[in-house]
Write a protein that binds this ligand. Structure first.
Ligand code: NAP
Length: 287
């Protein structure tokens, strides 16, 4: 069992530390404001400073609100970082990850970035996933400990990849949530209950998810005009109807309008007979 330090004891850091303690690791914890007593009662050691926490363990895991906070915490520990294995699983952008990786490596640390695809109660349970990128050697060295937290997936040596894939997965999630919220508002506008609507919605989403492999092939190949069964012009009429129905029902069309705008732009560029996958080309050009 490894010695592991956790810097940051918010909802997520506490779940990480508690899981590692429960699974028999020797855990040292630090938080900016005093929050560590319950973890100490469970068997963790409280460090007085980030540097003390880093020095106490083979592996340090940082999990705070954002990269500005992670940078501030690690700056306090910079003299202790040389030769240490450092994992940062704070949510941020690919550029944030690259910058922090470069800084940590300059301080002599071995750096792995990560993105947590789970909520705190899922940590240590089946279904939790943490994406990692950066030092593959560190990942292999500590994989048994990382696996105690969640399924661990290493995406490559480029430290920005975990943040990129984390945010891409969140994009899919927020697309789902925005579609769900809009659908719920439409159903509720005529007195329907969203809970009663779910048995219709969930199988529909599952069926439509089945079209994603074909759309993904179109995107990877750049060819959006093969075996099209639901062309974009037809789908845009449906999108316009969703927007008009929303206004008629007293529901703001704000969730649906961006998709309608992008589809209309793609049609104006001459691609109405293509598949809906082609809409991706309208956003890929906005550099
Ligand atoms: P949280 O409960 O709001 O806790 C925030 C943590 O950041 C606290 O430990 C806080 O310390 C620390 N912090 C904030 N500003 C700081 C600063 N300037 N210097 C030092 N420490 C600072 O957040 P959380 O849920 O634990 O989230 C932590 C990370 O996990 C985030 O990047 C989040 O995106 C990610 N995550 C969370 C979830 C989730 O469902 N909770 C899911 C996936 C990923 P104090 O206690 O002193 O304020």
């Amino acid at each position: 069992m490894s010695r592991i330090s956790i810097l940051g004891l918010g909802a997520m850091g506490t779940a990480l530390a508690a899981t590692l303690v429960r699974k028999g690791h020797s855990v040292t914890v630090w938080n900016r404001t005093p929050r560590a007593e319950p973890l100490a009662s469970a068997g963790a050691t409280i460090a007085a400073t980030p540097a003390e926490a880093v020095a106490a363990s083979d592996l340090t895991i940082v999990c705070v609100v954002d990269y500005a906070a992670a940078g501030a915490v690690l700056a306090e520990a910079q003299d202790a970082l040389r030769g240490r294995d450092l994992v940062n699983i704070t949510n941020g952008t690919p550029r944030d990850a690259k910058n922090l990786a470069a800084w940590a490596e300059k301080k002599g640390a071995v750096y792995l970035d990560g993105g947590i695809m789970a909520i705190p109660p899922m940590i240590g349970e089946t279904g939790a996933l943490i994406l990692y990128s950066g030092s593959g050697a560190l990942f292999e060295r500590h994989k048994p400990s990382l696996d105690a937290l969640a399924e661990s997936r290493h995406l490559g040596e480029d430290p920005s990849l975990a943040a990129l894939y984390d945010l891409a997965l969140l994009s899919g999630m927020y697309g789902l949530f925005s579609g769900f919220l809009h659908a719920g508002a439409l159903v509720a506008s005529s007195g329907g209950k969203v809970t009663d609507f779910l048995p219709l919605l969930l199988p529909w989403i599952a069926a439509m998810s089945g079209t994603l492999p074909d759309l993904a092939n179109n995107i990877d190949s750049g060819l959006h005009d093969r075996s099209v069964v639901s062309n974009l012009a037809m789908q845009t009429v449906a999108l316009e109807n969703v927007a008009r129905a929303s206004t008629e029902q007293g529901v703001a069309p704000d969730f649906i309008e961006p998709m309608l705008r992008l589809a209309a732009r793609r049609i104006a560029e001459g691609h109405g007979n293509d598949d809906i996958s082609g809409v991706i080309e309208t956003i890929r050009r906005q550099k």
